[in-house]
Design a protein around this ligand. Structure first.
Ligand SMILES: Nc1ncnc2c1ncn2[C@@H]1O[C@H](COP(=O)(O)OP(=O)(O)O)[C@@H](O)[C@H]1O
Ligand SMILES: [Mg+2]
Length: 387
């Protein structure tokens, strides 16, 4: 059996609340695939449907082209790693890793060979006899991975496994997880609300919102060519403008941005844009650069409200003079050094961008991303669940 996973018209309802809207999807054998979305969008529910902890209300799951409907959790070729690892604290590392094998009646010598090999894979040689309580957070994480791999799953399901670790460790574990996935060739299905994790590790990412997959693509495509306003706002940072279409010539769209005057952008893939239609224009902070009033192209006049020096770049929070809205601008090291004298609170500055770098998408009431937590406020979620 290979490690491909197919969801065929899967729907999940809890009472009259639909947690997963009708979803069909194929994940390739050996792929590192992530589901990325805000808390509550249905990621864990989807993972539980794949593992067999939940039976879908409608539709089917196939693994290696075999239907899983009649297979219980422990008969599926999957293993799961949870956020809170669920290691046995009083047992040794060996005992933790070998637990699943012992349950399956694998003899002692063979169990020990397997756990020695897996400890080498996760760079914990010699730690077998240690108690779990003697290990650091990162080491526990690796034991959890070794334990999950011991039962030789075709598919490893990971439910926000790094979220309990501190930032440094989280970043190192990303590289390690990716390396382990490459070495084993096992399909990894990874769920997270952290876009950094999803973008750095995955071959492909499915971005989810409110029980619905918004886009499935490789990380670069998600970033460069978001398919919906949700993806544009959730993946990376974006300034969003509400505009109406003036006219369109090929990809290039001229837009009426009200008090901000005329702006321009590139039509999102497959987006239909009739003249006069309400659309959203997305301009990333790193695509903005200082311009003078006589520069050609879009012009956004601002007053600087805050300057955050980040080392390799400077992040500016500015206020648009014409509308009072916030515009976030990221300037690289060279350019910010050039403009050093002008980059202070209260200074006025005009910014422009190449319309090729700005995407025009349907105005779908894109999410409000909380600046402090990076979480999306899904205000419409409750309302939707009661219709
Ligand atoms: N057993 C359940 N009964 C009722 N509602 C549930 C149940 N499990 C999950 N939900 C709801 O389904 C939605 C998705 O939950 P979940 O899959 O845990 O989201 P995520 O993992 O993306 O944070 C949430 O609104 C949650 O409250
Ligand atoms: Mg979850």
């Amino acid at each position: 059996m290979d490690g491909s996973v197919r969801l065929d018209e899967v729907v999940m309802r809890f009472g009259d609340f639909t947690a997963i809207e009708r979803t069909s999807l194929e994940i390739g054998s050996g792929e590192f695939f992530s589901f990325l979305g805000p808390s509550g969008c249905g990621k864990t529910t989807l993972l539980n449907i794949i593992s067999g902890f939940l039976a879908p209300s409608e539709g089917q799951v196939f693994i290696g082209n075999e239907p899983m409907a009649r297979r219980a959790v422990n008969r599926r070729p999957t293993a799961m790693i949870f956020q809170n690892l669920a290691l046995f604290p009083l047992m040794t590392v060996f005992e933790n890793i070998e637990f699943g094998l012992e349950v399956r009646g694998v003899e002692k010598r063979k169990r020990r060979d397997t756990s020695e090999r897996l400890l080498a894979l996760v760079a914990l040689e010699g730690s077998g006899p240690k108690k779990v309580t003697e290990l650091s957070g990162g080491q526990k994480q690796r034991v959890a991975i070794a334990r999950a791999l011991a039962v030789e799953p075709r598919v490893l399901l990971l439910d926000e496994p790094l979220s309990a670790l501190d930032l440094k460790l989280r970043q190192r574990m990303r590289a390690e997880l990716k390396a382990i996935q490459r070495k084993t060739g096992i399909t990894f299905i990874y769920i997270t609300h952290d876009q950094g994790e999803a973008l750095t590790m995955s071959d492909r990412v499915a971005v989810m919102s409110a029980g619905r997959i918004q886009q499935v693509a490789d990380p670069m495509t998600l970033y460069r060519a978001p398919a919906t306003g949700f993806v544009a706002a959730f993946v990376g940072e974006n300034n969003r403008f509400e505009t109406t279409v003036v006219d369109r010539e090929g990809e290039r769209v001229r837009l009426d941005a009200g008090t901000l005057g005329e702006l321009a952008g590139r039509a999102g893939e497959g987006v239909s844009l009739s003249n006069g239609k309400s659309v959203a224009l997305f301009v990333r902070p790193e695509h903005l650069r200082p311009v003078t009033p006589d520069s050609p192209g879009p012009q956004l006049d601002t007053e600087i409200e805050a300057v955050h020096f980040e080392g390799a770049w400077v992040m500016l929070e500015t206020r648009l003079l014409a509308s009072g809205e916030t515009l976030r601008v990221q300037l690289g090291h060279e350019i910010s050094r050039h403009y050093a004298d002008a980059l202070s609170v209260g200074q006025r500055m005009g910014f422009g961008y190449d319309p090729q770098d700005a995407v025009v998408l349907p105005d779908d009431g894109s999410p409000v991303v909380d600046e402090a937590t990076g979480e999306v406020r899904e205000a419409d979620r409750q309302a939707r669940s009661h219709v």
